[in-house]
Design a protein around this ligand. Structure first.
Ligand SMILES: [Zn+2]
Ligand SMILES: [Zn+2]
Length: 288
């Protein structure tokens, strides 16, 4: 498998000099199977550039998995040029949310008051498939398992496995922590995230929301995001091999993300963990 990052930012695109290193586009990740089959995770603003890249490759069969329908995860879809090529087949996969299907969610952001053209303008052979939680799917030779996350809107994580190697895309997730003694209470973290720890157990790569640092997290309870430190604790409990920080706070510039990465590594070292921790950035490529 090859993983490429096209958007790593949470909430809203933040282009500019202060985000050049890690990028300003909202979530989009390209996954390639060993047979070069394509699977896309989320359609944030990063999918626009990916679309141009795919068009240059003359790619015909495209699967897009949407974790949930918050704007930062779908806002790039109307600008995804392969959707306007009649030679392409594009399949969207997503969970029904508050009675709305993945198709209705895609239509909604292209209503006349939101966008100048409608979803009917898509020229590709376009399909919409419903996903359920706790189910395994076989997509182009990749095993894709789902699990529901802790976020204000129904949100799925995707664990992708090929030939025994696994990669987990888990963003917009608030790990359950003890609000009173959150830094010390490992037992609470382990107990309250038991099923998620089992889902992630022994995975090669975990890409996870690290939206806030530990101090900022204190008044962000219920926002549906995690701190880098609780994420590091969780990763140790799940015996993850590689931890990839993702979905950065739009207010965090490159130097702040450098600090968060350094703090996370320091925390892991103090716990005698040998987890390799990196910070995702646009253009990063991982071979698994
Ligand atoms: Zn988000
Ligand atoms: Zn969200």
């Amino acid at each position: 498998m090859i993983i490429r990052f096209w958007g790593t930012r949470g909430s809203i695109p933040v282009p500019g000099r202060r985000t050049l290193k890690y990028g300003g586009n909202t979530p989009c990740v390209e996954v390639r199977s060993s047979e070069n089959k394509l699977l896309i995770l989320d359609g944030g603003s990063g999918i626009r550039e990916l679309g141009k890249h795919i068009s240059s490759l003359d790619e015909k069969d495209i699967s897009i998995f949407i974790s949930h329908y918050h704007w930062d995860h779908i806002q790039g879809i109307p600008f995804f040029t392969p959707l306007y090529n009649p030679l392409n087949k594009v399949t969207f996969y997503g969970i029904s949310s508050n009675g709305l299907t993945v198709e209705k969610e895609m239509k909604q952001q292209m209503l006349p008051n939101n966008f100048p053209i409608s979803l009917d303008e898509f020229k590709s052979d376009t399909h919409f498939m419903e996903l359920n939680k706790n189910i395994a799917y076989d997509i182009n030779g990749l095993k894709v398992e789902t699990f529901i996350l802790n976020h204000p809107s129904p949100t799925l994580t995707f664990k992708i496995t090929e030939a025994g190697s696994s990669f987990i895309y888990m963003t917009d997730n608030e790990l359950n922590i003890d609000n009173v003694q959150e830094r010390q209470n490992d037992t609470f973290l382990r107990t309250m995230n038991k099923d998620l720890i089992a889902f992630c157990s022994n995975s090669d790569y975990l890409v996870h929301d690290a939206m806030f640092d530990e101090n900022s997290m204190l008044d962000k309870k219920g926002w549906g995001h995690s701190s880098n430190v609780s994420l590091a604790q969780f990763s140790i409990m799940a015996n993850i091999k590689n931890l990839v920080l993702f979905h950065y706070n739009p207010d965090y510039d490159d130097s702040k993300i450098d600090i968060i990465l350094k703090e996370t590594k320091l925390f892991l070292n103090r716990q005698n963990s040998n987890i390799n921790c990196i910070a995702s950035k646009e253009g990063l490529e991982i071979k698994i």
